[in-house]
Design a protein around this ligand. Structure first.
Ligand code: NAG
Length: 318
């Protein structure tokens, strides 16, 4: 009982009497070992840091880490049978290339949209997607009424890659078709770009664009969603607002690349107002059934079905 000692946690320094008993030689050895260990540990830290940052930059240069496909689903207008096809098609595409899907239930955003048209939902949904995926770089908003038709294409090789984007950028052309006075800047390089978007014959297409997360994206989404614009009653709500923003804010125009429509926004043959060479051709990345949701004569599911079957059949033969 007299030897009972309180339990101790962790290593305990040796009593100083012991260290004084160490010979000079032994102390020198200890010092060398300590110095060596510290040096090795530092080297290890440095190397791991170097390795870590080099994989990071390699990934950033490749351009696709954490690409998020953003889809707004309106469960109040469309049944599960139809929406599940859209979800399945996007899940397959994302899984194949390591992308992430962000499916939003439009009803969850009603309080942000207020009395404005529900098509405004894409802006708070994008903000939400970015908040949910803070380390993802690119956010691809693709309207629900669309299918990935050539899943072998990566968005990197097809659009985001520096050289590819450089080649796709349409310079010094009217930003709003057919002939707005404001034209896309001709001096921009792919490094300047945060927003990649197309036009059809009439408008900038809000139904398919890629936005890079960062300071610009925050400014851009806030500006786009300004309450003044939402209450202004533009005939085409968020589309006309976007056209206003890019024509009146050179800050936005300086980050924008207009790319050929079919790269991310090919229209089905039943869609009105496809741009020049904007109609879907076999081999395009996506097909959009533009306007199928607003034209009472049309039916989104009936239009989508044959292309969905084609896509499903193609998968079987891969
Ligand atoms: C979508 O959100 C609404 C309201 O938040 C909810 O009532 C509804 O069940 C949701 N639908 C689905 C399919 O998650």
């Amino acid at each position: 009982m007299q030897f009972a000692v309180p339990p101790r946690k962790g290593p305990v320094a040796p009593p100083s009497t012991r260290s004084s008993s160490l010979t000079f030689q032994r102390r020198k050895q200890l010092k060398t070992i300590t110095t060596l260990s510290i040096a090795l540990f530092t080297l290890f830290l440095l190397l791991s840091q170097l390795f870590y940052s080099s994989t990071e930059t390699a990934a950033a240069a490749r351009g696709t880490p954490g690409l998020v496909i953003v889809t707004v689903l309106d469960h109040t207008l469309y049944g599960d049978h139809y929406l599940q096809k859209i979800i399945k098609n996007r899940e397959h595409y994302a899984q194949r290339h390591g992308y992430t899907n962000f499916f939003a239930n439009l009803s969850d955003y009603d309080s942000y949209i207020g009395y404005a048209p529900r098509s405004w939902g894409i802006v708070p949904v994008l903000r939400h997607a970015m908040a949910k995926h803070p380390s993802s770089t690119y956010f691809f908003h693709l309207d629900a009424h669309a299918l990935f038709m050539d899943p072998s294409k990566t968005l990197d090789a097809h659009l985001l890659n520096k050289h590819r984007l450089e080649a796709l950028m349409r310079r010094d052309v009217p930003i709003v078709p057919p002939d707005s006075i404001i034209k896309t800047f001709s001096h921009l390089r792919s490094d300047d770009i945060d927003l990649m978007i197309t036009t059809d014959a009439e408008d900038l297409s809000t139904g398919s664009f890629v936005l890079r997360q960062g300071d610009f994206a925050r400014f851009f989404l806030d500006t786009w969603f300004d309450p003044l614009y939402r209450s202004y009653n533009f005939a085409k709500a968020e589309t006309h607002t976007l056209e206003h923003v890019v024509q009146w804010h050179p800050t936005a125009l300086a980050r924008l690349a207009l790319i050929p429509q079919r790269v991310i926004n090919a229209y089905s043959k039943d869609s009105p107002s496809a741009g020049v060479d904007g109609t879907y051709k076999d081999g395009d990345l996506v097909i959009r059934f533009f306007g199928c949701d607003t034209d009472p004569e049309r039916n989104c599911e009936r239009e989508l079905d044959p292309y969905y079957s084609l896509w499903a059949k193609k998968l079987k033969f891969e």
